[in-house]
Design a protein around this ligand. Structure first.
Ligand code: ATP
Length: 583
């Protein structure tokens, strides 16, 4: 009881809008004394062959069986599916499950079949005969199946399915509606799918049926949006702690664009004979990096969306059965990956958002054994991703949050995630399981005002000459490697490449620079322009400080601990994400 109450009260109760009524529901939901409790416990052991519930599972099951609408936010791999599959077995009729991918449904159906739970699907690849049988079963009082899996597209497009659902509802045979990956409803979520937007029809047509929305990652804003889209009046939100104590988080700077040799070294030495994933930016990168690892005698294979389905499932199978050690994958390798003993998830390129990163890195250590999540943070990658997400409403902001997370050197990485997911967090609980906590105060505070003025002057000068500079060109110009016309007028820096890049990122995150996209028929270019704060640098009293990892900073940079002047402090004060959200 204490455990769940803890998740409930300390898990950002104010933010998620919990109220006293919800607290009472929660306490009641923990009781083992409902009329269905004995049956639920028996099915847990006999059908699912599990000895006990994991945190929040019992509460979720009791709440939905009591008829409450529910959002369940639980880290990937912690057992969300049980929270609708088990009640389905103890209810009259069937539970409708909306899932985004046919492959995901097929995995679930295979598993359910293996434990003798009758479950079916109707989707675009079902035969006429199968669909007919399923549709007939929906209104059969003997309930030939307990779970019916469909895609949101099917709900949107099939009038026949809707009419059968209505009939089943009127006969009291529609027990529950489970919306898997519920964050797909919201454009603010990390994986928006337009067909999810239409699912509000379900609660409008079947108001008495409890709805359970399940997700591994959703901020409170995303959940509020989902609530509106799904037309759910007063859902209870159960949030399992986001923290995965067995995962070690680390960020490494990419010293040049190709970090494959470093990754290969890690895999050969630290992760010998252990399974892992290397996430890359593009399909081409997946092929190139996999080939490069193979050349270094590592059993690796690529996985991306353009591969044939049979090739994809072959790679998945070979990896699951340890015939290959590493999958080099784009984000296409995601939903439905349920390998327990993944010991490392390495990002060759940063993710496009913290939500994406949390989910991708979360595929490590599902067996609760220790595992590493390492990101190679490269300057040029930021702009490659930025142009890729240019059409997404919130794409730039989410990317900046991710970049801020990587650039951070002084705040526990779990704390930063906690802030992002509206959780309350005590840094001590990290147990030195992130690079920042492990390496303690290994950073210095630098006054970068002079450097900021110099580099801002370069962009200002280019703009006065009607020229646009990419971030890479700005770096080159500042380091004296650009065209001669710049070299004559600019103050060339003696900072190292990594310092130059870090300062430019800092200025971009804090609004001294901003992005200037230019579209050609073939590609999108990212240029730097002056940001809304650039003018502040004209003021002699304005100063900017930045925290940098010790050893990365240059001897010529003035280190100062205290200053009476006004400072804009860099990375990751507790409100940092809020701050960057303005840009
Ligand atoms: N109470 C439990 N005790 C032990 N194992 C459990 C329990 N509940 C679920 N599991 C196991 O945890 C694994 C992951 O479960 P499930 O696929 O439901 O996770 P999930 O939260 O839906 O993950 P994802 O976000 O990746 O879809 C499964 O192998 C399942 O059998």
């Amino acid at each position: 009881r204490n455990l769940v109450l803890h998740h409930f009260t300390s898990g950002s109760s104010a933010v998620n809008g919990y109220n006293e009524v919800s607290v009472i529901f929660m306490l009641v939901a923990l009781s083992p004394d409902f009329s269905w409790s004995k049956e639920v416990q028996a099915k847990l052991c006999n059908v699912f062959q599990l000895s006990k519930f994991r945190p929040l599972q019992r509460a979720a099951i009791n709440l939905s069986m009591s008829g409450k609408d529910l959002f369940l936010v639980m880290p990937t791999g912690r057992g969300k599916s049980l929270c609708y599959q088990l009640p389905a077995l103890c209810s009259k009729g069937f539970t409708l499950v909306i899932a985004p991918l046919v492959s995901l449904m097929e995995d679930q159906l295979m598993y359910l079949k293996s434990i003798n739970v009758p479950a079916v699907t109707v989707n675009a690849s079902s035969t006429k005969e199968d669909s007919k049988q399923v549709l007939a079963g929906m209104t059969d009082k003997n309930s030939p199946f307990k779970l019916l899996y469909v895609t949101p597209e099917k709900i949107a497009k099939s009038k026949l399915l809707m009419s059968k659902l209505e009939k089943a509802y009127n006969m009291g045979l529609l027990a529950c509606i489970a919306v898997d990956e519920v964050h797909c409803c919201s454009q603010w979520g990390h994986d928006f799918r337009p067909d999810y937007k239409l699912l509000g029809i379900l609660k409008r047509q079947f108001p008495k049926v409890p709805l359970v929305g399940l997700t591994a990652t959703a901020t409170s804003n995303v959940l509020k949006d989902c609530q509106k889209i799904l037309c759910v009046q007063e859902p209870i939100t159960l949030t399992a702690p986001f923290n995965r104590p067995n995962l070690y988080y680390e960020i490494r700077f990419k010293h040049n664009e190709d970090c494959t040799h470093q990754i290969a070294e890690l895999i050969r030495e630290r992760y010998k004979n252990q399974s892992g994933i290397v996430y890359v930016f593009s399909q081409k990168d997946a092929e190139v990096v996999a080939t490069d690892l193979q050349k270094r005698n590592i059993l690796a294979q690529p996985y991306h969306a353009s591969m044939e389905p049979s090739d994809k499932s072959l790679v998945h199978q070979r990896w699951s059965s340890k015939k290959i050690q590493v999958v080099v994958a784009t984000v296409a390798f995601g939903m439905g990956i349920d390998k327990a003993d993944v010991r490392f998830v390495i990002h060759h390129t940063i993710s496009k958002s913290i939500e994406n990163y949390y989910q991708e890195s979360g595929r490590a250590g599902r067996d609760d054994g220790s595992a590493d999540c390492i990101v190679f943070f490269g300057f040029a990658d930021i702009f490659r991703i930025s142009t890729m997400v240019v059409m997404e409403n919130t794409g730039q902001q989410k990317l900046k949050n991710m970049v801020a997370y990587c650039q951070n050197v002084d705040r526990c990485r779990r704390a930063m995630m906690a802030i992002h997911f509206d959780e309350v967090w005590n840094d001590d609980e990290c147990n030195q399981m992130c690079d920042v906590c492990r390496h303690g105060n290994d950073y210095i505070t630098m006054d970068i005002t002079k450097h900021a003025r110099d580099v801002v002057a370069i962009v200002e000068m280019a703009s006065s000459m009607d020229e646009k500079l990419t971030p890479l060109k700005v770096c080159d110009a500042w380091m004296g490697k650009g065209p001669a016309k710049y070299r004559k007028t600019i103050k060339v820096t003696s900072l190292s490449r990594v310092e130059v890049e870090s300062i430019i990122i800092h200025l971009l995150l804090h609004g001294y620079f901003s992005e200037d996209f230019s579209f050609t028929p073939y590609t999108t270019h990212f240029y730097l322009k002056l940001g809304r704060k650039a003018a502040l640098l004209k003021n002699g009293n304005h100063s900017i400080t930045m925290k940098m990892r010790r050893g990365m900073s240059h001897a010529t940079v003035r280190v100062h601990k205290f200053s009476r002047r006004f400072h804009i402090s860099c990375a990751s004060a507790p409100g940092f994400f809020n701050d960057s959200s303005k840009f």
